[in-house]
Design a binder for this molecule. Structure first.
Ligand code: ADP
Ligand code: MG
Length: 288
């Protein structure tokens, strides 16, 4: 039989916006040392809007480049892709498409080879970024920057703005008050990550983490001797959720993440993580 206090907690959990899929993990939520949050879509809204387009040559017009990039992005499900598609008035048919996991997209549009990629990808390909300092300036205010290549030649940069969720500030403050170290994991670049970490007062962060490296970062924190929860929403987050002592998925995220998680947040509200910790403490205090 399920002990009464746990049965009560299950309904209280639901009323506080989360579901318990694994009781052992829920019990462990009362003794957490650290919580690692995914950035995009978890601590931030994950709704990107194009704020600037910087041109590096005059081969194409701004409108042409945006159309080419947006066309390719119609094939991606990333929130960055959504922002770029929304910014363009029209899109062309995509002739071929390939997602470069954690780095961008590439393919053929209007007979041209197009790529929309991260700063890390350019570095890897030894492609020099002109006007580096103004790109750095955009990134230091939390803008995510992707680059447009046409036939391998760097043509423009698109800056996109996301917003930190209002609830993230209070969630982090309260978790820190209860002695839990708050950290962040992201595929986004160092400057954007630094900006968000600084804004929220996070104790540590990992930037430019490729999807298949996320669980290694969780392990790294566990190896510091800490009991760790991971909060994420994406398909890419599933291995990290599995690696964590407590895996917390955002219900609105991917099915894979939800199926791997120990606990599921019904809404997209980081404050519900505070409830998980409080309710776990209250539940198991009563039992002993
Ligand atoms: P996160 O979930 O933390 O945002 P991802 O691994 O999904 O990280 O993406 C990492 C980086 O790869 C993004 O910040 C972006 O630079 C690049 N990227 C991923 N998908 C796309 C896309 N569809 N278009 C352009 N860039 C992308
Ligand atoms: Mg994500």
């Amino acid at each position: 039989a399920i002990p009464l206090v746990i049965a009560v907690s299950t309904s209280r959990a639901a009323s506080h916006g989360f579901l318990i899929r694994n009781r052992t993990a829920f019990e462990q939520a009362r003794t957490l040392d650290a919580i690692i949050f995914d950035k995009t879509g978890t601590l931030t809204k994950g709704e990107f809007g194009v704020t600037d387009i910087r041109m590096f040559s005059e081969t194409f017009s701004k409108k042409e480049l945006l159309t080419l990039a947006a066309s390719l992005e119609t094939r991606s499900e990333h929130s960055i892709a959504q922002g770029i598609v929304e910014a363009s008035e029209e899109t062309f048919a995509v002739e071929s498409f390939n997602a470069i996991t954690g780095k961008g997209v590439e393919g053929q549009v209007d007979g041209k080879k197009i790529a929309v990629v991260s700063p890390g990808y350019l570095e890897e390909q030894n492609i020099n970024i002109p006007d580096r300092s103004s790109m750095d300036e955009l990134a230091s205010t939390g803008k995510t920057i992707v680059y447009i290549l046409v036939e391998g030649s760097l043509e423009a940069a698109i800056a996109l703005g996301d917003q930190i969720r209002e609830e993230s500030y209070e969630a982090i403050r309260r978790l820190k008050e209860s002695g839990i170290q708050c950290m962040m994991l992201t595929g986004d670049n160092e400057q954007v990550a630094g900006y968000v970490a600084d804004e929220l007062g996070l104790e540590d962060y990992f930037a430019e983490v490729l999807p298949d490296e996320k669980s290694d970062k969780v392990k790294e924190v566990q190896q510091r001797g800490l009991s760790v929860a991971m909060v994420g929403d994406g398909v890419n987050d599933a291995p990290a959720l599995a690696q964590a002592d407590v895996g917390i998925a955002i219900g609105a995220g991917s099915d894979v993440a939800v199926e791997t998680a120990d606990l599921v947040l019904v809404k997209n509200n980081p404050k519900d993580v505070v409830w998980i910790v409080l309710l776990a403490k209250a539940t198991y205090r009563k039992m002993i």
